[in-house]
Design a protein around this ligand. Structure first.
Ligand SMILES: Nc1ncnc2c1ncn2[C@@H]1O[C@H](COP(=O)(O)OP(=O)(O)O)[C@@H](O)[C@H]1O
Ligand SMILES: [Mg+2]
Length: 433
């Protein structure tokens, strides 16, 4: 019989757990019921108890080492070990993942292309987190490389403006694997649609600079994000951006190898990818940053195309068709000769009337056809746009907004009209209103 203290792993507790119901709207993986032989209470739990959590596993069991048989008191106690190598606190450092039942599910946040995201509470610490359940149900060839890359990239790119990964937890079946992250109140796309007024210029500067710092950090660690867009940028109520969703991220090398062509959401996709380039680099992320900068200025996406051809023609109308001058060698790209670029009908200045000349200069360097000449994240962070007036706003001075992801509703501002309030006095106390 299971010990009551290990309720998390007991069947009845699991049946009560909300984690059992999250699959109801997904194609249910066929579960095979396996009858397990009874085990003694000490060996029975495959799920983490307080002693097989990663933290517990890292607890130095080596503290109570047998007395050293060696003549040198400072030397390692194990005679098979060199006395010159310092003892490690624990070995091996790889430990089992905790169970998803360590978290209480609160609400579903969103379902994207690579995972379903939930808000949850850590049962031990009470902290609120976000759990992204990886979509593995359709996988036939084992654990997908894209998911491995996502976890790897999140771990490699730890930064103030990258969403912090806490751990990986597992459910009952092999298809239930979750990434546990800090819960961040908003994503920028949702926030832009519900904000009562658009961001101020000073706020846009802060957000753009934070985004650039995260992108520069990823690139310095040889990671391309490959899907930068407003829905993948989280924002907390303390004016801080956190880059998320590394589902398409991968490492790159020098020299660049062949990479998949179908990356980056269409509206944020760089022209070299649209024209079928087989290799590309960090510059593709900077194009996306340019599109995000423009979206913050306009309060709507810059290029809302339905397909790749329309996307290229929208770019051409805004920037003018590419030429051998503006983009040397573009005609060698696989699709360049099959496309006719329309003439320029607008300009950055006309499309973005409320930003300074310096801002237009930075935007133009981000939305530059030639990836070789496109500004890097490091360079962009030093651009004079960030040092001219209005200066970037301090993150602490940003307004906070109700978090839709946390199920918070906007507080309605009541009309100050006195007679009406008197008339509705009774209703003030009616919570059904
Ligand atoms: N750490 C988090 N905190 C709060 N919300 C999150 C968090 N991570 C993701 N989300 C929400 O879930 C959505 C989808 O997550 P994302 O990682 O982009 O998955 P997908 O790869 O499926 O697009 C995001 O747009 C955001 O609204
Ligand atoms: Mg996403």
């Amino acid at each position: 019989m299971s010990a009551p203290s290990q309720a998390e792993s007991s069947t009845s507790a699991r049946k009560r757990s909300k984690w059992d119901t999250f699959d109801s709207d997904e194609p249910s993986p066929r579960r095979v019921k396996i009858k397990r032989p009874r085990r003694s209470p000490t060996s029975r739990s495959p799920l983490p108890s307080s002693t097989n959590t990663p933290a517990a596993a890292l607890r130095p069991s080596s503290v109570s080492l047998p007395a050293s048989p060696l003549r040198h008191p400072g030397a390692a106690s194990d005679p098979s070990r060199s006395r010159y190598v310092p003892r490690r606190p624990a070995y091996p450092p790889i430990t089992p993942c905790r169970s998803v039942y360590a978290y209480e599910r609160l609400n579903h946040i969103e379902e994207g292309s690579y995972g379903v995201v939930f808000r949850a509470r850590d049962k031990e610490t009470g902290e609120i987190v976000a759990l992204k359940k990886l979509k593995l149900d359709q996988e036939k060839g084992g654990f997908p490389i894209t998911s491995l890359r996502e976890v790897m990239a999140l771990m490699t790119c730890r930064h103030e403006h990258v969403v912090p990964i806490r751990e990986i937890v597992v459910g009952d079946t092999l298809t239930q694997i979750f990434i546990v992250m800090d819960f961040i109140e908003h994503d920028l796309k949702t926030l832009l649609t519900v904000m009562p007024s658009p961001f101020l210029q000073s706020e846009i500067k802060t957000l753009l600079h934070q985004l650039l710092s995260a992108v520069a950090h990823c690139h310095a660690n040889w990671v391309l994000h490959r899907d930068l867009k407003t829905s993948n940028l989280l924002m907390n109520n303390r004016g801080q951006i956190k880059v998320a969703d590394f589902g398409l991220a991968r490492t790159f090398g020098d020299p660049l190898g062949k990479m998949t062509e179908l990356v980056v959401t269409l509206w944020y996709r760089a022209p070299e990818i649209l024209l079928g380039a087989k290799t590309y680099s960090t510059a593709i992320d900077l194009w996306s940053v340019g599109c995000i900068f423009g979206e913050l200025l306009l309060n709507e996406p810059v290029f809302q195309a339905k397909g790749e051809i329309e996307m290229l023609s929208m770019i051409s109308k805004l920037l003018g068709p590419p030429t051998e001058d503006s983009w040397p060698g573009y005609l060698d790209l696989p699709l360049a000769k099959t496309i006719s670029f329309p003439a320029k009908t607008s300009s950055l200045r006309a499309r973005f009337p409320y930003v300074t000349e310096t801002g237009i200069d930075l935007l133009g360097r981000l939305l530059m056809y030639d990836p070789e000449r496109r500004i890097t994240a490091e360079e962009a962070m030093q651009h004079p746009y960030f040092s001219e007036s209005p200066l970037p706003k301090h993150p602490d001075l940003f307004s906070s907004f109700p978090s839709i992801a946390a199920g918070e509703k906007r507080v309605k501002v009541r009309s100050p009209s006195a007679p009406q309030r008197v008339a509705n006095y009774q209703m003030e106390f009616d919570f059904g209103v």
